[in-house]
Write a protein that binds this ligand. Sequence first.
Ligand code: SF4
Length: 423
Amino acid sequence: MNISDSELIAASLEKEGLVKMDMIDADVVVFNTCSVRKHAEDRAVARLREAKAHKRKRGIVIAAGCLSQHIGTRLLEDKICDIAVGPYESPNIAQIIREFLKDNSRNLFISSEKDDFAGRLHPSLIMRPEREHWHRFVTITHGCENFCTYCIVPHVRGPLISFNSEEIIDFIKQLPRSGVFEVTLLGQNVNQFGQDNGDISFCQLLERVSTIPGIEKINFMTSHPKDFNPDIIRQIANNNTIARSIHLPLQSGSDEILKRMNRGYNVKHYIELIDSIRQAGDIAITTDLIVGFPGETEEQHKESMALIKEIGYDDAYMYAYSPREGTVSAKYDMQLSKETKNRRLTELITMQREITVSRLDNLIGKKEKIVVERVSRKNDNEVSGKTFSNRQAVLAGSRDDIGKIFTIEYEKVNGATLYGKKV
Ligand code: SF4
């Protein structure tokens, strides 16, 4: 989501005639920040301080994104940025700078009123993406109103706003003209698309995007087990332009903890979804996991470990619980010690690594399509990319292969890296 917002910020600045350059020489420095974890906030504050020290005499330092929404007033009071801009205003940064330069009268832009929300699907934002010229993130919803008790997102990104499906379709239809054939539909909970404005469902949106000429691979993130449904699984199974990979955050394998996280599903429901996905064929399943939620007992941690082992995820993003100021769970009793959280996290990572490798081993001899993304860091005669099940793989190739689709046959696993050959 932040990469996508940064692209909007860059488009806004470039339209105004600004040119990208090193921070030392720049007149304007923008940091697009994240608040999801304390560590990310601390790093952003340190980088802002460093930039502000460089720019004491000349230049503007802007804190954009969720950190500004969260503590923008404090950042300005502490004089570690000149302007604080929340996520609602990301596409308007150039205009904000222009006004600031006129009279310096306003430097805080953190409204979360729906009327102040700047749209993300304007045709002028269709520029050739710098990083991967064939791929484009397309935001379909902004914000979230699920209020999981540990999560800062609803507090900083505001309520769910689904974008109009016709505008999304029109936007994506224009992308192949600039060489884009892969899109990632983005939202905090994409499965809630349309629930706030009575538009078509997420599943219907997926189907419509899959019929757009020139779009060959569609990814989406993130799903939520309480809103994910079998229609989406059927859509993936029957449609070869949709990536065969589902990211379905479990967070905890204990019903008691899920309840206190306000996740809105239980283990039984989650397992039923996994069973339906597995029945639909070879679809990679990844997840997010939090260990050391306040009050998590050793027994509940073991319950989670057992469930994670039973499901056998292809991969997982694993974190120790990080209390975020302003969230409900930050005020819960029984916050666990750093040692306990880190020990549980190490146990989980060790187990998941073994599962990941064994899942990869099972793929040897199988074939699937891959989009080549880059030349391998270790070997100039090898390239790596993401397959249509969003697994990273390495194969023989050259720079000319970047941004092209091949079929790969898996030959071996080295460490946690999958190797194959073009067929
Ligand atoms: S669904 Fe829960 S975890 Fe995800 S963004 Fe919304 S509140 Fe946060």
